[in-house]
Design a protein around this ligand. Structure first.
Ligand code: URA
Length: 426
């Protein structure tokens, strides 16, 4: 196989064999294929597609391009993945709740992409929290307390890092098989037997329509099946922020409050649906509801934060998390019902406040972001407070207030909220 043979095959709409795709992935990591050749193939794949078998073979080869984690001493290990959203603070609750049910959870996460926040940035807002556990440390911690979390290392599906950078620079990101292979290569390499997939759908997600979300969910589950792993997918609504706050420390505060108040809010209901499915698949003896109501999940949260070097007192005293020097309330200034929330625009405002990155080397500010006090369908009056902005300066706050006002639509008649969480139907 030469790079030209490989590119020509896909340009002409032919199907690749598993061996050809493995050759390509090896050529990427050995650097024996030039970037311009790899990107020519990416565009051919973007335009002509990859079928289910090609996608699975590409994914497995990408997963095996680096270390494949294994946890032989732990039994059935659970992992979860979110396709990215705004105010998506599911992971910091999912991990301790499932672990408190006696099911080991080992999870690796990346930083945020685009306007969506990343778990790594959120957890690193806890003073002392270490996200750089190596595979031996992950295993040892999970053996000891039942859960461990780490940021992705350089040797975690390195072929995905190469391909993602090339896709980003050549307008070939939005291809369903390439997205599915990218996500699942990292999940397969992370070693879990049960993978919970949270596919976000709506104006604050990469998948904006139910059909797109369903197609991606199906592709992800099918790749897991062909690699011998169990995966369950849920489509969750992202037409409004999931947590009652957006921004790193603010989302953690909102998540801790949700756990303490019984997991009944939007964030809590999504976490519980994923946790219940994970516990069913892994054969847990204790239910997530019992773990939450008994306080075991909160104890596990503290134990987990402490094990990762963080100050576990933040759970009971969120004032120990970073807080911004300037706060400003935003009133709605209209009467009626909230019929639209531009979730992506909110994500962009929060990123501009400094909570996310515009380029890879940007340093994020853990303290900034917004709290949000309304949901779709709420009845509001002129002076209803919609947002509280947390900013590093008066100027940043003023800029954010102006932008945030445009993100809420108020109308005379109410709309029905989209379904919050539903299992993917095959
Ligand atoms: N998330 C990923 O990990 N990869 C993609 O290609 C898109 C979203």
């Amino acid at each position: 196989m030469t790079p030209n043979d490989f590119i020509r095959a896909k340009r002409d709409g032919r199907r690749h064999s598993p061996a050809e795709l493995r050759w390509f992935v090896n050529a990427l990591t050995d650097e024996t294929i030039a970037d311009y050749q790899a990107t020519a193939w990416l565009m051919a794949a973007f335009l002509n597609g990859l079928d289910v078998d090609e996608t699975s073979s590409l994914t497995l080869a990408m997963a095996e391009s680096g270390a494949m984690l294994e946890f032989p001493t732990l039994g059935t290990v659970v992992d979860k993945h979110s396709t990215g959203g705004v105010g998506d603070a599911v992971t910091p609750l999912f991990i301790p709740i499932v672990a408190a049910c006696g099911v080991p959870v080992v999870k690796m996460s990346g930083r945020g992409l685009g306007f969506t926040g990343g778990t790594l940035d959120k957890l690193e807002s806890i003073p002392g929290f270490r996200g750089d556990l190596d595979p031996d440390e992950l295993l040892a911690q999970a053996e000891r307390i039942g859960c461990a979390w780490g940021g992705q290392t350089a040797n975690h599906a390195p072929a995905d890092k190469i391909l993602y950078a090339l896709r980003d620079a050549t307008e070939t990101v939005e291809s369903l098989p390439l997205i599915a292979a990218s996500i699942m290569s990292k999940k397969l390499a992370a070693g879990a037997g049960v993978i919970m997939l949270d596919v976000k759908c709506g104006n604050g997600a990469f998948m904006q329509t139910p059909q797109e979300a369903h197609d991606l969910a199906l592709a992800l589950v099918s790749i897991a099946g062909s690699a011998g792993r169990c995966a369950r997918a849920f489509i969750t609504d992202m037409n409004q922020p999931l947590a009652t706050a957006v921004g790193n420390a603010l989302e953690l505060k909102a998540a801790f409050a949700e756990l303490k108040s019984g997991m009944k809010g939007r964030l809590g209901r999504v976490v519980m649906a994923l946790a219940e499915a994970a516990c069913n698949e892994a054969g847990a003896q204790v239910s997530p509801r019992k773990a939450v109501d008994s306080g075991a999940a909160k104890d596990k949260l503290r134990e987990w934060i402490e094990a990762q070097g963080g100050d576990e007192r933040v759970v009971d005293d969120p004032s120990l998390l970073p807080s911004a020097p300037v706060t400003e309330s935003v009133m709605i200034g209209a009467r009626g019902f909230v019929t639209g929330i531009d979730c992506q625009a909110i994500g962009e405002v929060v990123r501009s406040l400094g909570a996310g990155r515009l380029s890879v080397n940007d340093v994020i500010d853990p303290s900034v972001g917004i709290e949000i006090f309304v949901e779709l369908g709420d009845e509001v009056g002129e002076s209803t407070r919609v947002f509280e902005v947390h900013a590093a300066s008066e100027a940043d706050a003023a800029q954010a207030v102006g932008e945030l006002r445009k993100t809420i639509t108020v109308s005379d008649d109410p709309v029905e909220s989209p379904i919050l969480v539903q299992p993917m139907e095959a």
